[in-house]
Design a binder for this molecule. Structure first.
Ligand code: MG
Length: 376
């Protein structure tokens, strides 16, 4: 089986809550998502999705996904989509870096592998653990009272894990954490995610002020070294996210005992193949994980569900259902939240069928006559 054509579609995903705000005054109202379609000579077709959290979160931007696919795509025609290790080496040889460009193709090829073998991606990634997985709800940065009200509302919908967007004024952030903590009940988990927004001394101040609150501190500062300094001065469980984007950083952070939980995002690592390697390493090293992506709709959520549910339960700290945050549905068969949890499809591959009328006309098309390598 070989890849014969790669297409990409641009889809706008407006937010149900209209705006999502996080540290440093950053915000998004409509997400710009790219859905990748990989076609084969066998008639099997796979899909993936890449949706950066704006151009100012990670080193990734929406138009960059499409530009990267135009650059990378021609190198993949004629490759076997089922040979994922080899395919990833080919992608890395053809385009240095740019993991988020490769992520959509890699996810689509896992979708094809699943359909070719008759197995859900979840089972191919290691096996299905439990009936479903616990979701967190990201709470957009607002006043302490508004955030506490949001937590109470989402708690009533079944969520038990909450990720507060802090990383603003330290005094307001302290008030945010206390206000929300009052709404929690036994068994709930609270994360204060600063998304690199605090300077080191501010982060230490916040951590000391909320010393007695049962809260995880996530990515307080911009650099790894600053985060490590904060980590060494706080008793709270500690999560790293933005700084951990490859295996070298993961191993370094483990050696430094710099985190208890790591937030791994599919497109940050470069696809399901690469994140599986990091996920399996975390299981071996005893590190809990939030497994997700930067954002997305139905297809990204399907990929996240397969990854999350193939992770041993005690190591899956939490995951997320981005498709419930947005107003546009791009595929049938995607996971739907039930009481703060979701389950990966039991159908082969990702178990989704894209809504072609929503996707519209392709904005990237890579095809052409495939020349066998021996003839080159
Ligand atoms: Mg985070």
């Amino acid at each position: 089986m070989i890849i014969t054509r790669i297409l990409a579609y641009r889809v706008e995903l407006p937010l149900r809550e209209t705006t999502y705000k996080w540290s440093g005054g950053k915000s998004v109202t409509v997400f710009d998502s790219t859905i990748v379609r990989v076609e084969t000579d066998a008639g099997l077709v796979g899909h993936g999705e890449v949706c950066p959290l704006g151009p100012f979160y990670l080193p990734a931007y929406a138009e960059g996904v499409r530009a990267g696919l135009r650059e990378l795509g021609p190198h993949l025609l004629g490759e076997d989509p089922r040979e994922l290790g080899k395919l990833n080496r080919t992608m890395d040889a053809a385009l240095k870096g740019h993991p988020y460009v490769k992520s959509g193709i890699d996810i689509a090829c896992w979708d094809i592998l699943g359909q070719a073998t008759g197995m859900p991606v979840c089972e191919l990634l290691g096996g299905r653990y439990g009936e479903d997985v616990p979701l967190y709800r990201a709470i957009s940065q607002e006043s302490p009272e508004q955030m506490a009200a949001k937590v109470a509302g989402y708690r009533a919908e079944g969520y038990r894990r909450f990720q507060l967007k802090v990383g603003g004024d330290p005094d307001v952030d302290i008030a945010r954490i206390f206000a929300v903590a009052e709404k929690l009940q036994p068994g709930d988990r609270l994360v204060a995610d600063a998304n690199t927004g605090w300077v080191q001394h501010e982060a230490v101040r916040v951590a000391k002020a909320v010393r007695d609150v049962d809260v995880y501190i996530e990515q307080p500062c911009l650099t790894y070294e600053e985060c490590l300094a904060v980590r060494r001065q706080t008793p709270h469980p500690f999560v790293l996210d933005e700084n951990i984007d490859d295996l070298a950083m993961l191993l370094r952070a483990k050696a430094d005992l710099a985190m208890d939980v790591v937030n791994l995002k599919i497109s940050k690592l470069g696809g399901l193949t690469k994140i599986k390697q990091a996920r399996d390493l975390c299981v071996s090293m005893g590190i809990g994980m939030t497994l997700e992506d930067s954002w997305g709709g139905d297809i990204a959520t399907a990929a996240i569900a397969h990854l999350a549910q193939s992770t041993p339960t005690e190591f899956l700290f939490t995951t997320t259902d981005f498709n419930s945050y947005v107003t546009v549905s791009t595929a049938d068969g995607a996971p739907q939240r039930k009481q703060g949890r979701m389950a990966a499809s039991r159908a082969p591959g990702l178990g989704i069928a894209p809504k072609m009328d929503v996707l519209g006309k392709a904005v990237v098309e890579v095809c052409g006559k495939w020349v066998p390598r021996k003839e080159i």
